[in-house]
Design a protein around this ligand. Structure first.
Ligand SMILES: [Zn+2]
Length: 595
């Protein structure tokens, strides 16, 4: 089953079928019935909430052959059917994101001057309008200043702030809202029932929640599940597909925290870790849940939270049990863990420390009406956070990396050039092997490795250079990882969901290695069509062709492995700074000479 075919199949064909966005429907219906449809509309809002569906409905409505304007679009006439099937030549759909060629988009827009060949109105639906090139925007603006009578422009965008004001001012603007979990779950149930897909209790809500308001994503997920689950789709299926952690563990941890039961709390963390679940995702779920309790306590407004009925009882009870100050403190504490959990070599340790810290702090109630309990408890704060592994600290004692004192040694041992002295662009921390030894080497930069470079030839400069190039690509990918996943989403919410259980792990030449949590994820991500999506989006983001493979095993770092050592060394902030300043790379790592 092709991805999103359910979404296409269940795409609303008439206004009556459209889910949500009633305010937009009503206004447009009136305009159609009264024959005062404008020449330019701008639909804004998050993705997957029906902007393009609405645009097609409007395109149909202005061209529908039904005699009664109030009944348009009828969904049955020749024009309605042709537009629904995407074969109406006068309805031009463009995705600005994929029309990157400047000429292309501009030319298409300029062709609006020609009359429609069959339809009454020539309709342009431009998706992701904010991505249009400047030339295309100019052509669009020129057209919108004096639109031909036969033209209708429907612009859709998720990022309205990137659309020039000159365009905005010429459009009637409609804001689309996210679907609520409840309404989306109900819609999923209806479609599943019609498709003969059995959904167990809790599954539709979990899908809806994961789709964060996007009906298209929700149906994409449902479709993926239906394609590999035999029998009813359960909450567990949804969670394992999406790499979501069991809500039960999150709830167990919150209950333990509220009962000040440290043993139970640590046990919950352990249970999650033992399941091999993604601890970052677990922590995010935990924060999301604590946030819900906090909001419920603060406002008592369930509408604010978009919760299923099943959850309200539990959360309300927690909200009554918890102190507001404690909730705030916990939300802050756990929401700060994301980065630590990503880079820590110590597994669940940061989460455990946070749990201990959460319960060590004196509960706000025991304090004599302290208005700002977080201030009062800051002394206990510091010693507890201190043992957390810090990213910049030299990691393995087995590695002959330079800790701070050695750095100072290296700097003082070599004549440091004035920081103002211009260096050649590739001022070599590592000069090419053949040029060494020179009679009069350039002054070494004040980098950690400089001193040793002067003493010994590198182990294998070519291999080291390759490793350094690989690792710098890896860093680039790490830097764009979250954006990259967002880019994947419009193409396949399922692949995006799968990627939530993956992280960039290594680079081998032009192959990017992703570390995934299970063989299930590896197999799905390596399916040719999924891999093609990932590689295409990465190619766009990185500007270079890359291949992707997945692994489920973390290589242990061999102390003798140069590559491993370089990888570790690059984690050091000072080293990174030196590499950046001198646009250099590490070619070897040696223990420092004794003083
Ligand atoms: Zn019609």
């Amino acid at each position: 089953m092709a991805v999103q075919s359910l979404y296409r199949k269940w795409r609303s064909q008439t206004f009556a079928e459209l889910v949500g966005q009633e305010h937009v429907v009503q206004t447009l219906r009136n305009a159609i019935a009264e024959d005062r449809v404008g020449h330019a509309y701008l639909f804004t809002g998050p993705r997957g909430v029906g902007k393009t569906t609405m645009a097609r409905l409007l395109a149909k409505a202005v061209n529908c052959l039904h005699p009664d304007p109030a009944a348009r679009p009828c969904g049955d006439c020749e024009m309605c059917v042709a537009i629904a099937e995407g074969r109406a030549v006068d309805v031009i759909e463009m995705d600005a994101a994929s029309h990157t060629s400047v000429e292309d988009a501009r030319e298409i827009i300029e062709r609006v001057q020609f009359r429609p060949s069959v339809a009454r109105v020539k309709v342009y639906i431009i998706d992701e309008t904010h991505m249009l090139s400047t030339a295309a925007f100019n052509a669009l603006l020129k057209t919108l200043e004096e639109p031909p009578d036969h033209a209708l422009f429907i612009l859709a965008t998720t990022e309205v702030h990137k659309v020039p004001a000159t365009i905005l001012s010429r459009c009637q603007r409609f804001t689309f809202v996210r679907h609520s979990v409840t309404s989306m779950a109900a819609h999923l149930r209806r479609i599943a029932a019609a498709e003969g897909i059995a959904l167990a209790e809790g599954a539709p809500e979990a899908i809806a929640r994961a789709a964060t308001g996007s009906l298209r994503d929700a149906l994409g997920i449902l479709e993926q599940l239906a394609s590999f689950v035999e029998g009813p789709i359960t909450l567990h299926h949804v969670q394992s597909l999406l790499g979501m952690t069991a809500a039960a563990e999150v709830d167990a941890l919150i209950a333990a925290l509220l009962n000040a039961d440290l043993t139970a709390a640590l046990r919950a963390v352990n249970a999650v870790s033992n399941q091999g679940a993604d601890l970052r995702q677990f922590t995010r779920d935990l924060v999301e849940r604590l946030r819900a309790v906090m909001l419920l306590k603060a406002t008592d407004d369930r509408a604010l939270l978009d919760l299923g009925d099943d959850e309200v009882t539990q959360l309300t009870q927690w909200a009554q049990q918890a102190e507001m100050a404690t909730l705030v403190q916990w939300v802050k504490l756990f929401s700060n863990l994301d980065y630590q959990l990503r880079i820590t070599p110590y597994g669940q340790l940061p989460l455990e420390v946070a749990v201990v810290e959460a319960l060590l702090a004196p509960p706000p109630t025991t304090q004599p009406a302290a208005p700002r309990p977080s201030v009062a408890r800051s002394p206990t704060h510091a010693p507890v956070t201190a043992p957390l592994p810090q990213p910049a600290a030299p990691a393995e004692p087995t590695l002959p990396l330079a800790p701070e004192p050695s750095v100072r040694f290296a700097q003082s041992a070599s004549p440091a050039p004035s920081s103002a002295a211009p260096l050649p662009p590739d001022a070599p921390i590592a000069p090419p092997a053949e040029s060494r030894p020179t009679a009069d080497p350039p002054p070494p930069p004040p980098a950690v490795w400089a001193a040793t470079q002067q003493i010994r030839p590198p182990a294998d400069p070519a291999a080291a250079r390759a490793a350094a190039a690989d690792l710098s690509l890896l860093e680039q990918i790490e830097a764009i990882w979250e954006d990259f996943k967002r880019d994947v989403r419009p193409r396949s919410p399922t692949v995006q969901a799968l990627l939530n259980s993956a992280r960039p792990y290594d680079v081998e030449g032009n192959t990017i290695v992703l570390l995934v949590t299970s063989s299930f994820h590896k197999e799905r991500l390596e399916e040719p069509k999924n891999r093609a999506i990932i590689e295409e989006v990465l190619r766009r983001r990185l500007g270079q062709v890359v291949a992707v493979r997945c692994t489920i095993e973390e290589k242990s770092v061999e102390p003798t492995d140069l590559r491993g050592k370089i990888r570790e060394a690059r984690k050091d902030e000072l080293v990174r700074a030196a590499l950046n300043i001198f646009d250099a790379h590490i070619i070897d790592i040696q223990p420092l000479e004794p003083e």
